[in-house]
Write a protein that binds this ligand. Structure first.
Ligand SMILES: Cc1cc2nc3c(=O)[nH]c(=O)nc-3n(C[C@H](O)[C@H](O)[C@H](O)COP(=O)(O)OP(=O)(O)OC[C@H]3O[C@@H](n4cnc5c(N)ncnc54)[C@H](O)[C@@H]3O)c2cc1C
Length: 297
């Protein structure tokens, strides 16, 4: 979301923008997936509009019907959270499904080497992957940062999250709004994607493990986490489990916040939720600030 928001702002100001994303579709942790006829939000579940700069952006999503009020201060995306990212990506030059493998800087130009062997060159560069991944790309290309910049960026820390998408027979019991935030050691979230308006068929649960549970079970065989999470989810469905899908988010959510909205080093800017705040709005605000910084140089 940070990269898409930055790209939109720069393109609207007349800049030529190219976005490369290793995901099958752009959107990162604004993720929606289809399997066994069901449709599931499996990253961010909702957004709030507490960041002032983000409230303006979100207003356009709400006005166009892309997002709708959900529960309390939460908004959901009518067609799944990925639809918001897809709308932002429309009209931008986005190259999905291709990984950047290294970044080099030479003759005042950034060069991103792609897994396909191609190279994308640019005068300015915004890096929005989780910071450890961005630093690895620079290191791969032999780009050395000043000690102070590196020390700052190496502070970035994230929680992990184990997510399971479950397709059950019949309906689920997760309350009127379509979600519960269980107060137990295993599950942080159980959401019904049918009640939420994301899935065309009922019985589609998204389960997020708690931070402690995800950390503790990260390196264990998949079956251990699956067993514990499905057992903890038993109060939320009665029918047989038809199928499930497990996803591990290594960088789910920042566990700290950087002191600035983005980090600029000449024509390079680092942006994302670890700068703007651990949420969709924080990522968008960070991307917009990074775009403004680069355009003002
Ligand atoms: C399980 C879960 C639940 C959440 N729930 C909520 C919620 O309910 N509400 C909320 O506001 N927030 C929630 N969040 C947090 C929210 O999703 C994030 O804060 C926000 O989406 C982060 O956006 P970003 O642009 O900073 O990073 P990302 O979305 O991670 O984007 C980084 C992008 O970089 C790409 N990338 C990385 N490396 C490479 C490479 N080498 N080459 C090419 N591309 C690369 C990735 O594919 C990705 O698209 C949740 C997150 C998770 C994981």
């Amino acid at each position: 979301m940070a990269g898409l928001a930055a790209g939109q702002r720069m393109q609207a100001s007349g800049w030529r923008v190219k976005i490369v994303d290793k995901g099958r579709v752009a959107g990162g942790r604004m993720a929606t997936r289809t399997f066994d006829e069901g449709r599931f939000d499996y990253g961010a579940q909702f957004f709030t509009t507490r960041d002032a700069a983000f409230a303006d952006v979100a207003r356009s999503w709400i006005d166009s019907g892309l997002a709708v009020p959900w529960s309390g201060h939460r908004f959901r995306a009518a067609g799944g959270m990925r639809a918001v990212a897809e709308t932002l990506a429309a009209g931008l030059d986005v190259r999905p499904g291709v990984e950047v493998t290294r970044l080099e800087f030479a003759a005042d130009k950034w060069a991103a080497e792609l897994e396909t062997g191609e190279t994308v060159e640019a005068a300015t560069l915004i890096l929005t992957p989780p910071v450890p991944q961005s630093l690895a790309l620079l290191e791969q290309g032999g780009v050395e940062l000043e000690t102070a910049d590196r020390a700052l960026l190496e502070q970035a820390r994230y929680w992990k999250c184990i997510t399971i998408l479950v397709r059950v027979e019949g309906t689920t019991q997760v309350g009127e709004c379509g979600f519960v935030e269980p107060q137990n050691e295993v599950l942080a979230w159980a959401g019904d994607n049918y009640a939420k308006g994301v899935s065309p068929v009922p019985g589609c649960l998204t389960l997020h493990g708690t931070k402690d549970f995800s950390e503790a079970h990260w390196d264990e065989p998949q079956a251990v986490a699956v067993h514990a999470m499905l057992e903890a989810a038993e109060p939320y469905f009665q029918g047989r489990i038809r199928s499930y899908y497990l996803h591990r988010w290594r960088y789910a959510e920042p566990s700290m916040q950087m002191p600035e909205l983005f980090h600029g080093i000449g024509g390079l800017a680092f942006a994302g939720d670890v700068f703007g705040g651990a949420r969709v709005g924080g990522a968008v605000c960070s991307g917009l600030a990074a775009a403004d910084y680069l355009m003002a140089r």
